[in-house]
Design a protein around this ligand. Structure first.
Ligand SMILES: C[S@@+](CC[C@H](N)C(=O)[O-])C[C@H]1O[C@@H](n2cnc3c(N)ncnc32)[C@H](O)[C@@H]1O
Ligand code: SF4
Length: 387
């Protein structure tokens, strides 16, 4: 279904589980290690409470996708996942064909747990495999071996029709040839979807300090570019073309939940440090919750939700967000929607210049798409168009 603005009526619910067994040295996600057991029942009650309050702000919405992300949601007991999904179904209408994804870490994958998640309503898993050789996994600080990762993929395949896994590339000492071989191995194990992320050195992570001290060398710009090109070529040749800068899928197997973000649709963010974008009273709200898990818990128990910021986006901000997210997709953006959101058209002179440079193309229906050559400099392309 489409609205006058030309957008789809998708509505996603993101639920954040903020705990991990250990903190990976490259990761700056809102994930925490606790040495005492987590009171899952207390967290489940708080999730249900925040779901109830958020649903009351979004009457009439039908949920088309749910994503349990983290952290490591596969550390939750299936009953906890069931309680969260039940709360969502109690307070919102959930489409019969809703996509329900759970992120899993190969270390915590057991067949019995997976069948429990399936019984609770999960119908897709996304596994954090990261690499398919033991030396790289160790260097990334991962707790699993390549063997365990592949076993986890097989368990996922047996339990779910839909699964995906993540790999990180542009790792220290990785050559395009090594990466092409690893990728082919990955594709042989993948069914319909792969997320392939270039290693990013995030501030305030152990990798950042090591990198700054010259103890962790990432590929230079030319090698990083060659690794990116190999990713596109190998995946496209094996039927998994990119549909977003880091995501590859067979046609029709794209992650519907992530498309909600990139297409600028509405989504609710539940749990510590979750972000949401909700249209309330005809305006778009950018909402974020308290990041610290225990502080979030106490806030929800006291107030019903953990919201710490709730900003109304003005038309310019909204349109910029559409550009920033939409141009990550190979389908690109609809300039008419940009105009409807911002009240002004994109500058034809800038579009012409970026076309001449080979960074963008104008496709069917006038959609603007970033080219293969433009993706590695996406930030600059977006900044240019939004200026
Ligand atoms: C929030 S993590 C959740 C997955 C799960 N906790 C795991 O690690 O198995 C989502 C994905 O982001 C990617 N990621 C996290 N930090 C990254 C970084 N600094 N550079 C590139 N990819 C990163 C990893 O591939 C990871 O699987
Ligand atoms: S397991 Fe995943 S979320 Fe947790 S620290 Fe590692 S990459 Fe981050």
């Amino acid at each position: 279904m489409s609205t006058a603005e030309g957008k789809n009526d998708a509505f996603g619910v993101y639920v954040h589980w903020p705990f991990c067994l250990s903190k990976c040295p490259y990761c700056d996600f809102n994930s925490h290690v606790r040495h005492a057991p987590i009171d899952e029942e207390r967290f489940a009650r708080a999730f249900a409470r925040e779901i109830e309050i958020t649903a009351a702000r979004t009457p009439g919405h039908q949920v088309s996708s749910i994503f349990l992300g983290g952290g490591t949601p596969s550390l939750m007991r299936p009953q906890t996942v069931g309680a969260i999904l039940d709360a969502i179904a109690r307070h919102w209408r959930v489409a019969a064909d809703a996509e329900v994804t759970l992120e899993a870490n190969p270390t915590s994958v057991e067949a019995t747990r997976f069948s429990g998640y399936r019984a609770a309503g999960v119908n897709r898993v996304s596994l954090g495999v990261q690499a398919l050789d033991d030396a790289s996994l160790k260097a990334l600080g991962r707790l699993h071996s390549a063997r365990e990762a592949l076993d986890a993929v097989r368990i996922a395949r047996a339990a779910f029709d839909r699964y995906s896994f993540d790999l990180i590339y542009a790792r220290p000492d990785q050559t395009p040839r090594m990466w092409a071989d690893e990728l082919k191995l990955a594709i042989a194990e993948a069914a319909e979807h792969l997320s392939l992320y270039q290693l990013t050195i995030e501030p305030e992570t152990p990798f950042f300090g090591l990198h700054a001290a010259g103890k962790l060398k990432t590929p230079d710009e030319a090698t990083a570019r060659a690794l990116y090109d190999v990713t596109q070529e190998v995946c496209a040749a094996h039927g998994l073309p990119s549909y977003e800068i880091s995501n590859h899928a067979r046609a029709g197997a794209e992650c519907r939940h992530n498309l909600v973000y990139w297409r600028g649709e509405e989504y609710a963010g539940i749990g510590p440090g979750a972000h949401g974008r909700l249209d309330i009273g005809g305006v778009r709200h950018a909402i974020a919750t308290e990041r610290r898990p225990e502080a979030w818990l106490m806030r929800v128990e006291a107030n019903g939700d953990g919201v710490v910021t709730d900003d109304v986006l003005n038309s310019e901000e909204r349109a910029d967000e559409y550009l920033l997210m939409g141009l990550r997709l190979t389908e690109g953006i609809d300039p008419k929607r940009y105009t409807a959101l911002s009240g002004r058209a994109l500058d034809p002179g800038r579009i012409a210049l970026l076309r001449e440079e080979g960074a963008i193309v104008v496709g069917a229906g006038g959609r603007l798409r970033v080219t293969q050559a433009g993706f590695p400099v996406l930030d600059a392309v977006v900044a240019d168009l939004a200026a």
